[in-house]
Each structure stands twice: as structure tokens, then as C-alpha cells.
Design a protein around this ligand. Structure first.
Ligand code: UGA
Length: 437
């Protein structure tokens, strides 16, 4: 059992801290945000993530997980320190690393014996070397440490599952002691035979960006194929199913939609492009995926307007789904933002509903009219647009929907509604790469 400090109790830090304590270690999650730590100490889960409350409670009750705002003390007591602070987008698409470097200085100032310093935050290639340098500069040279890059692959909405049952664990380090300690941290996964890749720090840093950028390319690709389907009357679901059966392609991340959003793909693709540019490498494929993603968001706006012959002025439109994907309350870079902007600037009246993200979207648009259920949101509207693939929209009773709206016009940006039912009920409908009317 190791004593572990996780610095940063945002999305990555909280899920990782709770997950590592579930592996049987003694974990303290710490943060400079005192109010956040107080809320966590009082049993409040500060982020929306299915299964996290149960995971946190179970480990707090077993005395393996606790929260503290005393960052220095947590560093002093730990054998392994995870850096999990935010790396927001800075200038020119690069990452703002000020929080990471502040933590590195705090670690250096409090180093009191051999420790493993491990970064979980997504940081540009070469950041490990900079962190190492800062710790060396700020610490007493008698205190040794080893640096590890251990990127996370958590998806919002299924982060607990992704942490406890990952596809792989990446450990980038430069000495046997660091690899051994990290293998000890992830011991339960070794027993489960989870693949563990031991590599250099720089390679580990690149793996994270290479993975996220690849998935972004895959999404933009299937979105463009869906756009061809729109033109020729083909069904993109059949196309992606047939493609996905080929083991070289795989069926995952081949779901067409309104474009990718969230805090990771948009930021990480831009950061990778900007890093590569500095190295003199032109990432044409990733650049195109980013551009195609913007065009996809704009295409959804055009599709919605087309349901009203191009004019949405004074039309009342229900937006179902505000979060960038289901099972999260996160609206960062959500395609719903482009829809709201376009509707607002063209004189439409919006009625919005999301099962979890109403409040977050109201922080961006305080005049947004939000409702507590889809039934309320669609009452007497001229049209409906589905932006997020929540299960409650998948299971929507379409005859009930028809009875509530003023005019049965619907754009399904997630392809979750049954076309046969829309057809039978006489909806005018559109989607992403499927039959439409
Ligand atoms: C993503 C990665 O999947 C995680 O592995 C990674 O750890 C995380 O970023 C991160 O870097 O921290 P996340 O952004 O939470 O996770 O969500 P995803 O499930 O990957 O979805 C991203 C976007 O792609 C969403 O807007 C989603 O709707 C869209 N998407 C996804 C599609 O349009 N089609 C698909 O087939 C899959």
C-alpha cells in the first residue's frame, strides 16, 4: 500500500484519486480551492459523473480516501504524487501550463525524501522535462525523485468504468524504480492482465495526443461519409456497421453526429497541431479533422434552417440536449452552442432542455429559456432539434411528441429516433446521413 497525493480535484484528479484508493492505496486528494475541498469533505461530489459518488463514499468510509487543502503537507507525506490540475487552452491553441508549473514548484519546495512525481493531466510533449527541471531547481539536491508520465483516457460519463477497467495503462519513466512503483500502484490491473505499456516520458506524452487526435479524425471522417449519404440517399448506419466489422477499422467512434465537442478533442487536436508546427511538422490530417468538425457544426445549423425553408424568424424551436454528449453536464465546445447562436441571431425563440446541463448552459446564455422536461420544452413549438444522445430522448414516445408540438418538424443530430415511426406519424424530419423527408 502506497501513500498517494493527488493534486487537483477536478475531473481527472477526483476520478483518479477515488479510483486509486479503490485499488487499496491511501489517497489524499488536495487542491488550492479551499471551498471545493470543504464541499468534498462534507460528502458533496463536485462534478457530475455516474458512479463517482458511490466510489468516493465507499473509499472514504474505508478510510482510504480523504480530502485536504493543505497541499504542502500532502506532498510531504506522499510516496507518489499525481499532478492532475487543469491545462486550459492558451494562446494559438497551445496549452496554458501555469497551474502545472505552480504544482511543480510546490513539490520542489516540499520534497523531503524519495518520491515519484507523476503527471496525469494532458500536457504537451516536453513538459515532463520542464517539470523535472523546476523540481530540481526548487528542491534540496539531497532529495531524490523520479518523474513519470501516466496519461489518463477517461471519457466524461464513463470515467469511473474507464479508470477501474482501462483498455491500457501507459507508464512513461526513465528508471526501474519508477516503473516498479507505478506497477505497484496499478497492481490490481496487472492481476487482471490489463496491457501496460512501459515507455519513455516523451513517448507517453505523445500517446495521449495521438490517441485523442486519431479519434477526432475518425469522427470527422464518418461525419463526412454521412454527408455523402445525405446526398445519395444511403444509410450511414449501414455503412459504419459494415466498415466496423473490419477488425482493422473497428466499430467504435464511427457514430456520425453534430461534430465533436467537450474539453478534450477540440483542445488536444489544436495543441497537437501547434506543437507539431513548432517542430516543423505539418499535421494536415488533424488540421482537416478540426476544419471538418467546424463545418459539421455549421451543417447542422443549415439542416435546421432548411426544415423551415431557410427562415427561422419568430419560429419557436425546442433544443433537446445541451451537453456535448450524454451522461455529462459539460457544455464546453458543445455543438448546441452553435445552434443557439444561429437561432438567437436569426430571430428564433428557443425552448431548451437537458437532463443535466441546463444550469451550465445558462451560465453562457443567462437569457436561455430552459425547461425541466422534454415534454415541457416541446409544447407548442414549430420544430425540435435533438443535440445530445440522452437515453430519455432515445426512448421518447413519438406520438406523444407529435401531440405536444405545434408543427411536427424534427432534426435528429444524433440519429437516435426511429425513422419508421417518424414516417408513420407524418413528421418532416432530417438527421445525419439517413433517410429524410
Ligand atoms: C475523450 C477520450 O475519449 C478519452 O479517452 C480521453 O481521456 C478524454 O477525451 C480526455 O482527453 O480527457 P471525452 O471528451 O470525455 O473523452 O468524450 P468522448 O466520448 O470521447 O466524446 C468526445 C466527442 O466526440 C463528443 O462530442 C461525442 O459526442 C463525439 N463522438 C464520439 C462522436 O460524435 N461520435 C463518436 O462515435 C464518438
Amino acid at each position: 500500500m502506497k501513500n498517494i497525493a493527488v493534486i487537483g480535484t477536478g475531473y481527472v484528479g477526483l476520478v483518479s484519486g477515488a479510483g486509486i484508493s479503490d485499488y487499496g492505496h491511501n489517497v489524499v486528494c488536495t487542491d488550492i480551492d479551499i471551498s471545493k475541498i470543504k464541499r468534498l469533505q462534507n460528502g458533496e461530489i463536485t462534478i457530475y459523473e455516474p458512479g463517482l459518488e458511490e466510489l468516493v463514499n465507499r473509499n472514504v468510509q474505508s478510510n482510504r480516501l480523504s480530502f485536504s487543502s493543505n497541499v504542502n503537507k500532502c506532498i510531504q507525506r506522499a510516496d507518489v504524487i499525481f499532478i492532475a490540475v487543469g491545462t486550459p487552452e492558451g494562446d494559438n491553441g497551445s496549452s496554458d501550463l501555469s497551474a502545472v508549473f505552480d504544482v511543480a514548484r510546490a513539490i520542489g519546495n516540499n520534497l523531503n525524501g524519495y518520491k515519484i512525481i507523476c503527471t496525469k493531466s494532458t500536457v504537451p510533449i516536453g513538459t515532463g522535462a520542464k517539470i523535472t527541471e523546476i523540481i530540481k531547481e526548487t528542491s534540496n539536491e539531497l532529495n531524490e525523485f523520479a518523474y513519470v508520465s501516466n496519461p489518463e483516457f477517461l471519457r466524461e460519463g464513463s470515467a469511473v468504468k474507464d479508470f477501474l477497467w482501462p483498455d491500457r495503462v501507459i507508464i512513461g519513466a526513465s528508471c526501474a524504480r519508477a516503473f516498479d512503483t507505478m506497477k505497484n500502484v496499478y497492481r490490481p490491473l496487472f492481476i487482471n492482465e490489463t496491457p501496460v505499456i512501459e515507455t519513455t516520458i516523451e513517448t507517453a506524452e505523445l500517446i495521449k495526443y495521438a490517441s485523442n487526435a486519431f479519434l477526432s479524425v475518425k469522427i470527422s471522417y464518418i461525419n463526412e461519409i454521412a454527408n455523402i449519404c445525405d446526398e445519395i440517399g444511403a444509410d450511414v448506419h449501414v455503412v459504419s456497421k459494415a466498415m466496423g466489422i473490419d477488425g482493422r477499422i473497428s466499430s467504435k467512434f464511427l457514430h456520425p453526429g453534430p461534430g465533436f465537442g467537450g474539453s478534450c478533442f477540440p483542445k488536444d487536436t489544436k495543441a497537437l497541431i501547434s506543437m507539431a508546427e513548432e517542430m516543423g511538422v505539418n499535421l494536415k490530417v488533424v488540421k482537416s479533422a478540426v476544419e471538418a468538425n467546424q463545418l459539421q457544426k455549421e451543417r447542422m445549423v443549415k439542416k435546421l434552417f432548411n426544415l423551415f425553408d431557410g427562415n427561422v424568424k419568430n419560429k419557436t424551436i425546442a433544443i433537446l440536449g445541451l451537453a456535448f454528449k450524454a451522461q455529462t453536464d459539460d457544455v464546453r465546445e458543445s455543438p448546441a452552442i452553435d445552434i443557439i447562436d444561429a437561432l438567437q441571431s436569426n430571430g428564433a425563440i428557443i425552448k431548451a432542455f437537458d437532463p443535466a446541463a441546463n444550469d451550465n448552459m445558462k451560465k453562457l446564455y443567462n437569457d436561455l429559456d430552459t425547461y425541466v422536461s422534454w415534454e415541457e420544452a416541446v409544447k407548442d413549438v414549430d420544430g425540435v432539434v435533438i443535440m445530445t444522445e440522452w437515453n430519455e430522448f432515445r426512448g421518447m414516445d413519438l406520438s406523444k411528441l407529435k401531440g405536444l408540438v405545434k408543427s411536427p418538424n424534427i432534426l435528429d443530430c444524433r440519429n437516435i429516433l426511429k425513422i419508421d415511426d417518424l414516417e408513420k406519424l407524418g413528421f418532416k424530419y432530417d438527421n445525419v446521413g439517413r433517410k429524410k423527408r
